[in-house]
Design a protein around this ligand. Sequence first.
Ligand SMILES: *[C@@H]1O[C@H](CO)[C@@H](O)[C@H](O)[C@H]1NC(C)=O
Ligand SMILES: *[C@@H]1O[C@H](CO)[C@@H](O)[C@H](O)[C@H]1NC(C)=O
Ligand SMILES: *[C@@H]1O[C@H](CO)[C@@H](O)[C@H](O)[C@H]1NC(C)=O
Ligand SMILES: *[C@@H]1O[C@H](CO)[C@@H](O)[C@H](O)[C@H]1NC(C)=O
Ligand SMILES: *[C@@H]1O[C@H](CO)[C@@H](O)[C@H](O)[C@H]1NC(C)=O
Length: 419
Amino acid sequence: MIKKLKILGFVVALSFIYILNYATLKTSISKCLPLIKNSEQFYAEINGQKYPKIIPSFFNASINFDCLNSNLNKPKLILLWNEYGPWVDWKYGLGKYEPFQKRKCPVYNCEITKDKTRLDESDLVLVHMRGDYSKLPLKRSYKTRMVFLITESPIHSKEFHPHLNGLFNQTATFNLDSDYSPFYYSNIGFKWELNEQFDETRNYLEGKTKLAAILATNCHAHSKRIEYIQEMQKYSNQIDILGGCGKSCNISGENRFLSKLCREKISKEYKFLLAFENSMCKDYITEKLFDTLVFDIVPVVLGYGPYDQFIPRSAYINALDFKSPQHLVEYLIYLEKNSTAYNEYFKWKKYIKKTDNEYKQFCDMCIKLNLENFYGIQKSQVNDLETFWGYKKNCLTPQIENGIFNFIPINYTHKCTIC
Ligand SMILES: *[C@@H]1O[C@H](CO)[C@@H](O)[C@H](O)[C@H]1NC(C)=O
Ligand SMILES: *[C@@H]1O[C@H](CO)[C@@H](O)[C@H](O)[C@H]1NC(C)=O
Ligand SMILES: *[C@@H]1O[C@H](CO)[C@@H](O)[C@H](O)[C@H]1NC(C)=O
Ligand SMILES: *[C@@H]1O[C@H](CO)[C@@H](O)[C@H](O)[C@H]1NC(C)=O
Ligand SMILES: *[C@@H]1O[C@H](CO)[C@@H](O)[C@H](O)[C@H]1NC(C)=O
């Protein structure tokens, strides 16, 4: 009898704890609404198009960030499964709240860990697909979603065996189809907003003496961008290659900021910055463009991404619009002689304002995970990695003939050199 009573007491106590927990969870959630009614998102109308077209969650005016932070006793857990280059913490920082607060994420109710024994508690398991992914956890709870994460292009990735199909729940890449804010776009240093300080009368050619430069470290890029620029150099001696495979930028500073400082310096001396990608792959647009946009220089892009999804057509020059590198140079020389036409490339900047450019892809994850307290977890599975990431399906290769570069589908086996 005593034993039975004890058990009953235990059960009652347990139910009580359960109800209490449930009640606190319920009340802390129902105290606020996750979405703000009648919120105003800023949009600019540029040549009949509305920008921004893509709004990362951390800039989404209708999300009630304070409400998402109100459940601080239950931070969402993100487990970093393997290594990301030499950085144990993936350059992000481990721990509760702080990695997100430090990066000015409006929602910080999250924790980052490397502790694999916490697998079952984890909401996301981030697997870096250029690291060791040979011992992935096959058994895990429903809420523990495994994320295929990579920042390089398919050309610089391994080929992923079909046995990986169905194993991942989500992807975090630069690809617009991924579940989280595109990697390089998550790092933009501006926000769409009316900029009253914008000077419409300024002549951006002033003080600039040279035509164009690229800042690049990889000289043997699959896209043959250096060969493309060498072809351009035949038609102008004012085009420079700076960085690892060219001239030094002659700046000193902390390593992390070197490329930004160099871009800033280039923007003062050159009229055009060549944002040429190392690979011609679907959606692959990198810091080459995004880190350039905050400076007073016109980007010339070479890549296979949907540029006009991010910035208006009037904000950049696309090398693929020209028959050859020679024709591109002729147009750049036309622009440097016509300040009206050159300055038109800056008009869109009336609608952007500089912000911090902390890496915020994890911030997007934190916001989306906390929204799940209200909307639940969506079931998802990545079933066709070949279509999503195969280089033959997603990338182009250059075919060069008489100074003309054509980018065509890949019909050979590409050996990844920097996987
Ligand atoms: C903002 O986030 C909410 C909630 O996720 C979403 O429904 C809405 O479409 C987003 N708004 C924009 C403009 O992306
Ligand atoms: C860096 O300095 C060297 C030597 O003074 C000079 O030749 C080179 O052009 C400079 N590079 C840049 C980008 O200014
Ligand atoms: C200079 O550019 C403006 C704006 O694109 C154009 O209207 C004008 O005709 C150009 N002038 C010359 C001399 O090409
Ligand atoms: C995640 O993927 C696994 C298969 O690898 C699946 O069993 C599980 O239901 C998925 N979870 C969610 C939340 O979609
Ligand atoms: C790939 O296509 C190119 C151009 O169409 C052709 O010249 C080449 O022979 C093809 N290579 C293979 C391995 O099929």
